[in-house]
Design a protein around this ligand. Sequence first.
Ligand code: GDP
Length: 295
Amino acid sequence: MFENLQDKLDRAFKVLKGQGSITEINVAETMKEIRKALLDADVNYKTAKAFTDDVKEKALGQNVLTSVSPGQLLTKIMNDELAGLMGGEVVEVNLSVNPSIILIAGLNGAGKTTFSGKLANYLKTRKGKKPLLVAGDVYRPAAIDQLEVLAGQIGVSVYTNRASKDPVGIALEGIAEAKKNGQNVVIIDTAGRLAIDEEMMNEIAQVKTSTKPNEILFVVDAMTGQDAVNTAKAFNDRLDFTGVVLTKLDGDTRGGAALSIKSVVNKPIKFIGTGEKMEALDVFYPERMASRILG
Ligand code: GDP
């Protein structure tokens, strides 16, 4: 898909080469190509259309300096516009409360447990925090094992209660434990399902109501393309989450889901996952993602 997008953009920019200013005629064809390229990069149609309409308006009538080709000028306009659409600047995780309570939500396989570990590691090593991980997936004992292994790797405490099938109770016990031990961030990993279902949503909504988290991070696999947008919408409608984590960006996806999700739910993307290791976590930089989407 990478070459494909690049080829298309190259072809699109060829149309503009050697012309003095960007005019209605040459920009219309180019925007059509760019829209197609964005659709290929998993950006949804409405977002791609709004984006190209905007870029077209900004590009029209711009004089092209001799040192800058129309293609370069357009690339700059598009980069700025895309970065702006994705929030423009870095939005940090909210750690203003003590203890900060961070609820992790998402479908099975999205990368919740892995991200919970990565976030704990990030907060410990980069922010000097003392996090506690809470194993809230009561359906999959393997998920509890996985969190314990990750916690061991990064040297962070984990709260589990294998005898309990009550996610709200476990979350509250975890918070009490953190307060007792002076841990200032509680990261609650929750159960997911393979698809959105009412029971899962009810359960996580109850955990939200009881624990009053100051951050709810929705974790989604960037490789799932358009599905990522639908899932984000369903979770946001129910949970009103505070931020998005896009995982598996080390794969060959361009990350158009970042743009679509932001435009559909209007919540900041806070982190990206770039691998399975505990260090493979980055803060989300809109400009970098813009360059990646455009190729
Ligand atoms: P959960 O069911 O949402 O808790 O998902 P997991 O954390 O168990 O992750 C599912 C799989 O995706 C595991 O094999 C993880 O190692 C893998 N995974 C998670 N995040 C990333 C990432 O950013 N990149 C890659 N390549 N794999 C990831």
